[in-house]
Structure formats: structure tokens, C-alpha cells
Design a protein around this ligand. Structure first.
Ligand code: AMP
Ligand code: MN
Ligand code: MN
Length: 327
């Protein structure tokens, strides 16, 4: 039986998902734990309802070994046929959709946009954007609860990965009492929390330690230590053999500088001509405002942007932009 009340916006989401026989599920480019965890969880939930589900996420750089293993069941090289419903998760804007061929489909295919970014542009036919939620994983959990769907361990672990990564292991201000109630229920479904914690946050291959060393060596502080910055070049990734997922939490490095209110992780990935910013703030400073100034977005305290500048140019532009606030 469905737990959704009439006129409850979640009821429209449940109805759209229930009505679709075939679905394509995707998330944002360079999927993080929330993007990959929430999309895998939704794909598993829908498959358990007998639906035909294609998971359109790049599956070659999902990070920790063994984590989110059920992704392998969704691997397919077949072209994506038009589904009854196209579901986009954790993705605030169309240009950030995970695969270039999907960016023309949003709005063309019947689109359901499920997210927790305040900067979401509402590009779906149906938009379910809960910007006070910790993670898209928590939004998917609520949808599944409203629908009356049950969770097996794989689904619960996918949601757990989504929530623990986006909340910094339940540490950030986005963690609400309801986040912990959701986590409690997931744990009761058999989530292997200590194993996932080790894989996601505690264990590092030597190559990750090597790139961490380079990141630490690059540390600079600006404006009396209020802004802490690290930068990694394409060469740093190539010479250490690292990919984007190896440096997933690296904004924690500048963020750990005592006295810092803004932490910047600037990086360039092999084969990608753009420079990326990963920005973290301590209230009342806004990571999102800084990201927006460079055409990006995100949340108040965790945001990002992508720019067409070399690292040194990006640093100079950031420093100049922050001068008014900190000088
Ligand atoms: P990250 O620093 O990559 O962990 O991202 C932090 C937050 O900022 C996430 O919510 C992202 O979705 C968002 N974000 C990161 N990069 C960009 C970007 N280039 N444009 C818009 N939002 C971004
Ligand atoms: Mn994300
Ligand atoms: Mn998220």
C-alpha cells in the first residue's frame, strides 16, 4: 500500500515511476557517491517492480572496489532507446548530465528530475527538488517509502553510500533528524557500515597516498589563512596513476586548515581541457556564491565550478574575486 497522501507532490513522482514500463536512469557527470548510489538504488527499486531499467552512468571510475557492485548487472553497450520515463538524479542542470548523448534528451523524452540542489533549473516535465535534504539518496528513500516499496541489502547499501558521502558521514549541517531515522532503517536492512566506511573513507592504495602527498605539498593559504587552496595538475594524476575518484574527498585537505573559512581544491583531469573547482565553506561564507561567480553551482557550503583557464590563471581569478571579501 502506498504511504503517499493525495496532493502530496511525492505522490505524482510515485505515480510517474509506477506508470512507466521502461526507464532510463542517470545522474550528474563524474558521479560522486550520491549520484551513483541514488541512481543505483532507484534502478534496483524499479527493477524489483518488474520494470525495464537502463542505468546510464559511466561505470569505469566508481571508486572503492566492491562498493556498489550491483552496478555490474546494468552494464550494457546497446544504444539507449527512448524510455517511457527518463529519470535524472542529483543533477542540477542539463549540461551536467552524466553522458553527452543524454543532454539533448532532457525535455525531449518524458523527464523526471529528482534532486536536492537549490540551484536546480527544474528542467524536467516533473521536478521533485527537495533542497533541505542531505542527499538525493535521502530523497529516493522518501519516494520509496511513500510508494510502499521495500529495501533489500543492495538497495539499502546504495542509499547508505549516497547519504554518508554527501553528509560527510553524518557530520555536515545538512544532516537532519530524519536523515538519521532513514539511516537507522537502512542499517536494519543489513547495511555493512564498517566495511563501507573502510572502503569509502579509510583505505587508500599507495597511488592515493602519493597524490595526497602532492596535494599537501601544493597547499597555499591566502588572506591570513582564511582561504586554503590545493591544486592538482593533469600531470599529478598521470604520474601517480590516479583518476578523479581517487581524489573524491580532497577538499577536506584545505578545509582542515585551522582558521580557514573557504577551502578550494583546483584540479585538471587527464584528457579533460577544463579546470575544476571543488569549493567548501564554513557558515556564514557561501561556497555556492563563489561557484556561481564562475558559472557553477551547488549547495551553500559545498559547491563547484568548471572553467576554461589554466591552474595559475584560475588561482589568480579566484584570489582576485575573493579580495573584496577578505582584504
Ligand atoms: P564537489 O566539490 O565536486 O564534491 O561538488 C560539490 C557540489 O557542487 C555538488 O553538489 C555538485 O553537484 C556541485 N558542483 C560541482 N561542480 C559543479 C559544476 N561544475 N557546476 C555546477 N555544480 C557543481
Ligand atoms: Mn553529487
Ligand atoms: Mn548530492
Amino acid at each position: 500500500m502506498s504511504g503517499a497522501r493525495p496532493n502530496d507532490p511525492v505522490a505524482a513522482v510515485v505515480a510517474a515511476l509506477e506508470a512507466a514500463k521502461s526507464l532510463v536512469v542517470t545522474a550528474h557527470v563524474s558521479p560522486d557517491g550520491d549520484a551513483s548510489g541514488s541512481s543505483l538504488a532507484l534502478a534496483l527499486l524499479l527493477r524489483a517492480r518488474g520494470k525495464e531499467v537502463r542505468l546510464a552512468i559511466p561505470m569505469d571510475d566508481l571508486g572503492a572496489p566492491g562498493v556498489l557492485a550491483p552496478f555490474a548487472d546494468f552494464r550494457s553497450d546497446a544504444p539507449l532507446p527512448e524510455p517511457d520515463l527518463f529519470v535524472c538524479l542529483d543533477c542540477a542542470t542539463v549540461p551536467r548530465l552524466a553522458l553527452p548523448e543524454l543532454r539533448g534528451k532532457a525535455g525531449l523524452w518524458r523527464t523526471l528530475n529528482i534532486d536536492h540542489h537549490a540551484t536546480n533549473t527544474r528542467y524536467g516535465h516533473l521536478n521533485y527538488v527537495q533542497d533541505d535534504y542531505s542527499s538525493t539518496g535521502e530523497v529516493v528513500y522518501d519516494i520509496a517509502k511513500a510508494a510502499g516499496w521495500s529495501f533489500d541489502r543492495d538497495i539499502a547499501e546504495a542509499l547508505w553510500v549516497a547519504i554518508v558521502t554527501d553528509t560527510g558521514r553524518f557530520a555536515y549541517s545538512s544532516t537532519r533528524p530524519s536523515t538519521l531515522r532513514c539511516a537507522a532503517e537502512l542499517l536494519a536492512c543489513g547495511v555493512r557500515a564498517p566495511w563501507l566506511n573502510d572502503e569509502l573513507f579509510c583505505l587508500a592504495d599507495r597511488k592515493i597516498l602519493a597524490i595526497q602527498e602532492r596535494a599537501l605539498a601544493s597547499l597555499e593559504t591566502w588572506y591570513d589563512g582564511k582561504v586554503a587552496v590545493i591544486a592538482l595538475s593533469e600531470r599529478d594524476y598521470i604520474e601517480t596513476g590516479c583518476t578523479k575518484s581517487c581524489t573524491e574527498n580532497f577538499s577536506d585537505i584545505p578545509r582542515s586548515v585551522r582558521g580557514s573559512v573557504l577551502a578550494l581544491f583546483i584540479y585538471r583531469l587527464p584528457g579533460d581541457p577544463k579546470t575544476h573547482f571543488s569549493i567548501r565553506a564554513r557558515a556564514p561564507y557561501s561556497a555556492c556564491a563563489l561557484a556561481k561567480a564562475f558559472g557553477g553551482g551547488g549547495h551553500e557550503l559545498a559547491a563547484g565550478a568548471t572553467v576554461e583557464m589554466p591552474i595559475d590563471g584560475a588561482k589568480a581569478a579566484l584570489k582576485a574575486m575573493l579580495e573584496l571579501a577578505f582584504e
